[in-house]
Design a protein around this ligand. Structure first.
Ligand SMILES: Cc1cc2nc3c(=O)[nH]c(=O)nc-3n(C[C@H](O)[C@H](O)[C@H](O)COP(=O)(O)OP(=O)(O)OC[C@H]3O[C@@H](n4cnc5c(N)ncnc54)[C@H](O)[C@@H]3O)c2cc1C
Length: 383
């Protein structure tokens, strides 16, 4: 495997870094304090092409490889883990589901806006009674003539309150179990579709999360995006897990760089704290976590670019890299002592924000169950 970046990949990596240094780094602390991200940030990312890396040129995308998306996500996440995740999530759960399963009219209607940053999506699976067990979804979509009638509640939906449309995973036929699942597109403004913000969050404070409510919400039959079953509903979740693995690399690098600087500058016992072996041990462990995470993420991107099945490698990278980030963020706060608890240093936010994707994209337990099933050939949760 050759992980040397091409000129083009390097160019996009540098572009993402320059963007983040200019548009993100000076402001992110204030966004976190105010619990909001500026609405035009995504338009700026879109203008640079950074939201259309995996989208075809005919809809305004760049049609580039997964490795480019990996390094761009890593760079954005170095400066703001939340933004890196949000930008990559637009590809995995906004652009790709429509690109792969939408009809031509839907592609023309939604893809250019998602790529330019003028439209916002949300992908709604999770419900009050259906989290890790997505097959337990209670939101129904029932055909009535030429319309789907959607009823149910979704929760913890990223962009729930900002989205122009929602991709809603629904149960179309309870008797079929997971084979009855389908994704239905519901435009904001459709009668019967309402929403409410989730506030006072520990992590991702400047990103929107919401509850969605559907009450006899009628949408055209053609709004079904793809077919029926687990694969039709969740194939793109794997791309989100890839994005999490890549974003974690940027965040770990950030922990390391901030800690190296601090450990050189902070003196105790008349010496820089970086001269103490126990601090060096923490730095050494971060280096190992960084390198192992980066190679898992790049290997995953490399394999995705070869178009091979990567369920196993995706679970390894998501699980490993988030555990590694959690270790590094904790160590980073400890290295900063009491200052690590203030938002003066980036590490307090990283410590909180890393809890977001520790939960979503499948918890560590869920990924252990996937890896166990793949190795043993036994599904621990089959009913
Ligand atoms: C910041 C954030 C953003 C999110 N964005 C979205 C979004 O855009 N769209 C969306 O649909 N959802 C979203 N979610 C929801 C997320 O996908 C769920 O929170 C996640 O799937 C876990 O579900 P749950 O919270 O209901 O936990 P539960 O499934 O209730 O799990 C609780 C605990 O039980 C464990 N557990 C569950 N089942 C098993 C098992 N079989 N064996 C062992 N342990 C088990 C879990 O690992 C976990 O530790 C988001 C969540 C967060 C925090």
């Amino acid at each position: 495997m050759d992980f040397e970046l091409t000129k083009e990949q390097t160019m996009f990596k540098d572009m993402a870094k320059e963007f983040a240094v200019r548009e993100v780094q000076p402001y992110v602390k204030e966004w976190d304090r105010q619990c909001r991200m500026p609405p035009d940030l995504f338009k700026k990312l879109g203008a640079l092409g950074l939201l259309g890396i995996k989208a075809p040129t005919e809809y305004g995308g760049l049609d580039l490889d997964w490795m480019t998306l990996a390094v761009v996500t890593e760079q954005l996440s170095y400066y703001d883990f939340t933004l890196g995740m949000a930008a990559c999530g637009r590809t995995s759960l906004g652009i790709l589901p429509i690109l792969q399963n939408g009809n031509e009219e839907q592609k023309k209607r939604y893809l250019p806006g998602l790529i330019q940053g003028t439209l916002t999506h949300c992908f709604a699976t999770v419900e009050p009674n259906a989290g890790s067990d997505a097959t337990a979804i209670e939101t129904t979509a029932v055909l009535d003539g030429d319309a789907w009638v959607v009823n149910g509640n979704k929760t913890w939906i990223t962009n729930g309150n900002l989205s122009d449309f929602a991709l809603v995973v629904c149960q179309t036929d309870k008797t079929k179990g997971s084979k009855g699942l389908a994704v239905i597109l519901v435009d904001w403004g459709t009668p019967g579709f309402s929403r409410a913000p989730i506030e006072n969050k520990m992590a991702f404070r400047h990103h929107d999360h919401g509850q969605l409510f559907f009450r006899d919400c009628r949408v055209p039959r053609a709004n079904q995006i793809g077919g029926f079953g687990m694969r039709a509903a969740f194939a793109n979740v794997e791309h989100t897990r890839f994005g999490i693995g890549c974003a974690a690399v940027g965040a770990i690098q950030s922990c390391l760089d901030i800690c190296v600087k601090y450990a050189r500058e902070r003196n105790q016992f008349k010496k820089p704290i970086g001269s103490f072996q126990l601090i060096q041990e923490k730095i050494a462990e971060m280096v190992v976590d960084l390198e192992s995470s980066r190679w898992l993420a790049y290997r995953l991107a490399y394999l995705k670019d070869k178009n091979v099945s990567v369920t196993k490698e995706t679970s390894i990278a998501k699980y490993h890299n988030m555990e590694a980030l959690a270790r590094c963020a904790r160590a980073a706060v400890e290295i900063h002592g009491s200052y690590g608890l203030s938002d003066e240093f980036h590490v307090e936010r990283l410590y909180r924000d890393c809890m977001g994707p520790i939960i979503y994209g499948g918890t560590a337990n869920v990924h252990k169950l996937i890896l166990g099933r793949l190795e043993l050939g036994i599904d621990a949760v089959s009913r």
